[in-house]
Design a protein around this ligand. Structure first.
Ligand code: NAD
Ligand code: UDP
Length: 318
């Protein structure tokens, strides 16, 4: 039976100052809950949440999840972790610590409070996948010693910890595997493909395509993603996941570049650069499980999501 949301909850959102976390705070506040937004502001920024400071049900706590935390809440969303390859490779040891020590600390907190906890996992657990589209029962193809391993293996270990706390301590866990998501409040210089391409197009700079541009990604608009995440938290306690959340429409990176240039009305040309090591060739979620268990599927298609994101970035560029 779905948990009832007929009363106000105190909800901890780790990584709440980041791109996804700040949108999650907005939506949970809109549902009438109290939010404790935790962030060390490594990649997040106070700008993402400054519109919430006058809200009495919102509280910001500057804290690093690799250290223990003692607070009283009813529910935890664990999002703290840099997500862009440029950022998570900046200090790879800290990235692994954030995923692993962060998971241990937040799971320990959830165990003491006997409260549900949701983990923001990632399609990166599938690595450079040989199964396509990716289903949740695929174990992945991850290089354990490569440049992306700090993130991929950190997130895989976090999933292991979540499932062991569930089996060993009976903790109510929820694991979502997020596929490439974009939208307003992405950091303009975080190096991810959508923000890079939009910033380059608006500045009339060349669009940097890594490799031959034939690698594919599936892009989910942030509002769809947050809806899926909240539905997962609100789903029956016996559905723990992992569940893929993403938009199944796949595009090549060259197609994305052309779409962004056209929608920005830009004159930018394409510039081909070397492909980063271990860059996955294809990625597309199979969302059958999310459809059947959560009644969820994305509603916002790339053209519409890009229009909203470009509008946001135009303000950032000025
Ligand atoms: P983001 O970098 O904007 O947000 C991450 C937030 O975590 C930032 O505010 C950052 O300051 C904070 N943080 C990092 N290390 C921390 C630490 N040690 N203690 C406390 N806070 C810390 O990235 P995002 O895109 O919003 O991603 C949020 C979560 O979703 C991440 O866990 C990421 O792995 C996951 N995810 C995102 C995507 C995507 O496409 N956006 C895809 C897969 C998974
Ligand atoms: N990419 C690109 N140009 C850029 C940034 C990224 O061609 O300026 C490519 C990158 O090599 C990858 C895809 O776009 O194949 C998605 O990259 P991103 O860093 O957004 O996320 P990933 O899915 O690789 O984690």
């Amino acid at each position: 039976m779905a948990r009832l949301y007929d009363s106000r909850k105190r909800i901890l959102v780790t990584g709440g100052g980041g791109f996804l976390g700040s949108h999650l705070c907005d939506r949970l506040l809109g549902k009438g809950h109290e939010i404790l937004c935790l962030d060390n502001l490594f990649t997040g920024t106070k700008r993402n949440i400054e519109h919430l400071h006058a809200e009495p049900r919102f509280e910001f706590l500057r804290h690093d999840v690799t250290f223990p935390l003692y607070v009283e809440v009813d529910e935890i969303y664990n999002l703290a972790c840099p997500a862009s390859p440029v950022h998570y490779q900046h200090d790879p040891v800290q990235t692994t610590k954030t995923s692993v020590h962060g998971a241990i600390n937040m799971l320990g907190l959830a165990k003491r409070l006997k409260c549900p906890i949701l983990q923001a996992s990632t399609s990166e657990v599938y690595g450079d996948p040989s199964v396509h589209p990716q289903t949740e029962d695929y174990w992945g193809n991850v290089n354990p010693i490569g440049m992306r391993a700090c993130y991929d293996e950190g997130k895989r270990c976090a999933e292991t910890l979540f499932f062991d706390y569930h089996r060993q301590h009976g903790l109510e866990i929820k694991v979502v595997r997020i596929f490439n998501t974009y939208g307003p409040r992405m950091h303009p210089s975080d190096g991810r493909v959508v923000s890079n391409f939009i910033m380059q197009a608006l500045r009339r700079e060349p669009i940097t395509i890594y490799g031959n541009g034939q690698q594919t990604r599936s892009f989910c608009y942030v509002d769809d993603l947050i809806e899926g995440m909240i539905r997962m938290m609100e789903s029956s306690p016996d559905f723990v996941g992992p569940v893929n959340i993403g938009n199944p429409n796949a595009f090549t990176i060259t197609e994305l570049a052309e779409q962004v240039v056209a929608q920005c009305g830009s004159a930018s040309g394409l510039r081909y650069l070397p492909l980063p090591v271990d860059d996955p060739k294809q990625r597309q979620p199979d969302i059958s499980l999310a459809r059947s268990k959560l009644g969820w599927e994305p509603e916002i298609q790339l053209r519409d999501g890009l229009a909203k994101t470009i509008e946001y970035f135009r303000k950032v560029v000025q």
